[in-house]
Design a protein around this ligand. Structure first.
Ligand code: BG6
Length: 498
């Protein structure tokens, strides 16, 4: 295939031929996200002919079985994609499989070495879809087998550790083999179309910058609500919880993009320099403030969309104190955001899947309309990340027609579905190609990851010191009532879509 247009109508940036080794190739992430993403990029004509996609995992399996497994999972996860067998056959010519115990020092890496032989001049991507405890050992093995060629890059899936200490140890271990500019720490939220658009929205429209500060903004809300539960990932999830799984990375990255100062340009390090300033300005949450400003919750059984779902403990098969929901109030202590609360909440098994950022502006200083005209709502800017991607500006208007002055609260609505075409690449498609193109802007730098952990560690130790209980909430709701109370105490409420 040699298209230059994706089916979004946008232009494809050509990439150089590359090889990618996916460690953990039979795991959930590889089968559900990475390999389908590569297939989609191939189908859109972005994967050059001379590319090898090498799956590495512990199971002994033939190449044919591996290919069949990849295809079978693709068809399960993308039932709407009716791809012809020919496409799969052609794509699978790029697929290879290596059985390899990646962590073991005396494992036989020769199969992988053979696959990569005589290809040192190509871009080489090592994608570690593995638990973070393996990042150091796998890097060491790559180094020991001299596979880290000058054009090699390593991609680390989150989480990078489970606290600051472990994150530093991982960064040190990987850093012994790969220089920082070859380390791509993934936060797939940065690859989402709507998240990328945040920078464009803020910094290419002169409307926003003058009002983007504590003089005009009342507060900011960031919500990432999911309807899925921990499910099959429960045993991993139980070692993590919502704070580590979602807030430390995705939600803090969103907060950074909302709060950061305008960068001088869109170069990777310029943006990352601005983001880290935000992370460093986050007011620490202490044992004294944690009880008031944070909430932990865990779902019990309930119903979502009319379907009964089990509680977290039942999915896990034992009692657990891990939070599947968290809400918190944060402050960015700098000139721009002084006194503006950032309310964050995320949870599993919530009533609907909805990720969005809401910026609420202050009320007008002197309302002119009579109370009978209707309630005066504040101006709100809502950036919907998923689903129904789009941007809405909620405004007061006069209800048209005779009958006096009546007020209506209505959205100016930029819906991606209506404005752009149907499919744009998934976040993983974008981040994978960004690795190949060496575009570090979508990835977290070491200091960012560590600064984020530093702040999260404060919350974790406050929770431990206070033995903060997990409040239960029924699956299919907005989380525990304590979450509503957290914001209600400030005379505000969580934003629910119009
Ligand atoms: C992952 C978390 O990073 O992000 C998962 O580990 C979560 O628990 C997922 O479900 C959410 O991603 P998305 O793209 O579906 O919003």
């Amino acid at each position: 295939m040699n298209n230059t247009q994706t089916n979004t109508g946008s232009k494809l940036l050509p990439v150089e031929p590359f090889d990618i080794v996916v460690f953990g190739a039979t795991g959930d992430l590889a089968l559900r996200k990475l390999l389908p993403a590569l297939f989609h990029r191939w189908r859109d004509g972005q994967i050059p002919q001379d590319c090898k996609i090498i799956g590495a995992a512990r199971s002994a399996m033939s190449q044919a079985d591996f290919i069949a497994r990849v295809e079978e999972h693709y068809r399960t996860y993308f039932p709407e994609e009716k791809n012809g067998a020919d496409d799969w056959k052609a794509f699978s010519e790029h697929l290879h499989y290596c059985a390899l115990d990646v962590a073991s020092t005396d494992a036989d890496w020769s199969a992988l070495e053979t696959r990569l032989a005589d290809r040192d001049d190509k871009i080489r991507v090592f994608y570690l879809a593995l638990p973070p405890s393996l990042f150091g050992p796998v890097s060491a093995n790559i180094g020991a087998h001299k596979l880290n060629t000058p054009k090699a890059r390593i991609v680390l899936e989150k989480p990078i550790g489970h606290d600051l200490h472990s994150a530093r140890a991982i960064n040190d271990a990987v850093g012994r083999v790969f220089p920082e500019e070859s380390i791509f720490r993934i936060d797939h939220y940065l690859g989402k179309e709507t998240v990328q658009n945040l920078l464009i929205l803020r910094f290419t429209n002169s409307l926003f910058e003058p009002v983007w500060n504590s003089n005009v903004v009342d507060h900011v809300q960031i919500t990432v609500a999911e309807t899925v539960g921990a499910g099959e990932r429960a045993s991993y999830y139980d070692t993590s919880g919502a704070l580590r799984d979602m807030v430390q990375n995705h939600m803090l990255q969103l907060l950074c993009l909302v709060a950061m100062e305008p960068p001088n340009d869109f170069a990777a390090d310029t943006i990352r320099d601005e983001k880290i300033k935000v992370l460093r300005a986050l007011r620490p949450i202490t044992p004294k403030t944690a009880t008031r400003d944070t909430v932990r919750g865990q779902y019990r059984d309930g119903a979502i969309g009319g379907k009964a779902v089990p509680g977290y403990d039942d999915e896990l098969g034992r009692n657990s104190d891990t939070e599947t929901f968290t809400a918190l109030k944060a402050y960015v202590d700098n000139w721009r955001w002084s006194g503006v609360p950032f309310y964050l909440r995320t949870g599993k098994r919530m009533k609907e899947r909805r990720s969005e950022i809401m910026i609420q502006f202050k009320r007008v200083a002197h309302p002119l309309t009579a109370p009978e005209a209707g309630h005066l709502h504040p101006t709100r800017l809502v950036i919907r990340l998923q689903p129904d991607e789009g941007v809405k500006l909620l405004l007061m208007t006069k209800d048209p027609g005779p009958g006096g002055m009546r007020l209506r609260y209505v959205p100016l609505n930029l819906s991606y579905a209506d404005t752009f075409c149907a499919r744009y690449p998934d976040a993983y498609e974008r981040v994978l190609m960004a690795v190949v193109r060496n575009d570090l802007g979508l990835f977290m730098r070491r200091d960012e990851v560590e600064a984020a952990w530093g702040w999260i560690d404060g919350i974790l130790s406050a929770w431990n010191a206070d033995e903060m209980p997990c409040q239960s909430y029924a699956a299919g709701t907005d989380g525990p009532t304590q979450s509503a109370m957290l914001i209600d105490r400030d005379g505000r409420e969580w934003f629910d879509d119009l």
